[in-house]
Ligand binder design. Structure first.
Ligand SMILES: Nc1ncnc2c1ncn2[C@@H]1O[C@H](COP(=O)(O)OP(=O)(O)OP(=O)(O)O)[C@@H](O)[C@H]1O
Ligand SMILES: [Mg+2]
Length: 259
C-alpha cells in the first residue's frame, strides 16, 4: 500500500500543496486528476521522493524518507511529465537506463521485450532524438517498465508512478498504455497515474483522486468521484457525467457539447 499523509510542499515562498492525504492500493490503478497547476505533478514528485516535503509517505509500509535511493529504485519507477535528453542516445540505451536503475540488471532481452510491449519493436538501434513525440514517450515508458518489470516479487508489490503517460499518444496507443497499466496492477503491482482524459480515467481507474488548488477534493471509486458536482467544481466549467448502456460505463462531456 502507498500512504501519503498531510503532504505539504513549499516552492519558494509559496505553499503549493496544503496538506494532502492520499492512499493507493497494489492491484489497482489509481488516477490523479485535476486542472493545470493544481499540484498533481508536485504530489507525484513528493510521493516518489524527488522533492522535499512535509508529511509522511510510506510505500509497502516503509517510510520513504528513510529508504536509500537504490531501495526505492528497486520497488518503484517514475515516468516524469517531460523527459529531455541532451545526448544522442539510441532508443535501446535509453530503455537500458531503466535496467541499470532497477534490479533487472543483466536481462538485456528485457529491452526488446519492453519496446515491443509499447509498440516500438525493432526501434532499439534508432536515435532517440529522431523519434516522434509519441514514440519518445512510449520509449520512456519502456525504460520505466524494465526498471520494475515484475509487478510483484515474493508478495512485495512494485509501483509505477506515471505523470500523464498518454499525453501525446494517439487513441490506439493510449489504450495500449492504459492496458499495460491495468495488466501491471492485475498482476499485483501498484499504478499511480496522473491523467487529464476523464473518459480514459473512468475506463481504467479503480480509484480516482481529484486535486484542486493544492487540496484533495475527493478520492474514491470512479462512480463516486466523477460526478457533475466534483468535476465542475474542480475544473471551473460545466461538465456532464453520462452513463452508457450496460455495463454503464461513465463518459464525460462538456456542458455545451453538440452532436
Ligand atoms: N519549479 C517550480 N518553480 C515554481 N513554481 C512551480 C515549480 N513547479 C511547480 N510550480 C507551481 O506549482 C503549482 C503546481 O504545479 P504542478 O506541476 O504540480 O501542476 P500540475 O497539476 O501537474 O499541472 P499540469 O496539469 O499543468 O501538469 C503550479 O502553480 C506551478 O506553477
Ligand atoms: Mg503536471
Amino acid at each position: 500500500m502507498l500512504t501519503a499523509t498531510d503532504i505539504r510542499v513549499m516552492i519558494g515562498a509559496r505553499e503549493v500543496l496544503h496538506g494532502i492525504s492520499f492512499t493507493a492500493q497494489p492491484g489497482s490503478v489509481t488516477a490523479i486528476v485535476g486542472p493545470n497547476g493544481s499540484g498533481k505533478s508536485t504530489l507525484l514528485k513528493a510521493m516518489t521522493g524527488d522533492i522535499p516535503f512535509d508529511g509522511t509517505v510510506t510505500l509497502n509500509g516503509e517510510n520513504t524518507a528513510t529508504m536509500k535511493p537504490w531501495e526505492l529504485a528497486a520497488i518503484r519507477a517514475v515516468l516524469p511529465q517531460a523527459s529531455r535528453l541532451a545526448f544522442p542516445f539510441s532508443v535501446g540505451e535509453v530503455v537500458g537506463m531503466g535496467l541499470r536503475q532497477g534490479l533487472s540488471g543483466g536481462q538485456t532481452d528485457l529491452v526488446e521485450t519492453a519496446l515491443a510491449r509499447v509498440g516500438l519493436g525493432g526501434f532499439a538501434p534508432r536515435f532517440y532524438q529522431e523519434l516522434s513525440g509519441g514514440e519518445q514517450q512510449r520509449a520512456q515508458l519502456a525504460r520505466v517498465l524494465v526498471q520494475v518489470w515484475t509487478p510483484c516479487v515474493d508478495g512485495t508489490p512494485r509501483w509505477l508512478f506515471l505523470d500523464e503517460p498518454v499525453a501525446s499518444l494517439d487513441i490506439a496507443h493510449q489504450l495500449t498504455v492504459m492496458d499495460i497499466a491495468r495488466s501491471y496492477a492485475r498482476q499485483g503491482g501498484g499504478v499511480i497515474a496522473v491523467m487529464h482524459d476523464l473518459n480514459l480515467t473512468a475506463l481504467y481507474a479503480d480509484s480516482v483522486a481529484v486535486i484542486e488548488s493544492g487540496h484533495l477534493l475527493a478520492q474514491g471509486a470512479p462512480d463516486a468521484v466523477l460526478t457533475n458536482a466534483v468535476l465542475s467544481r474542480a475544473y471551473g466549467c460545466q461538465l456532464q457525467v453520462n452513463h452508457a448502456p450496460p455495463p454503464h460505463q461513465i463518459f464525460v462531456l462538456p456542458h455545451g457539447a453538440r452532436a
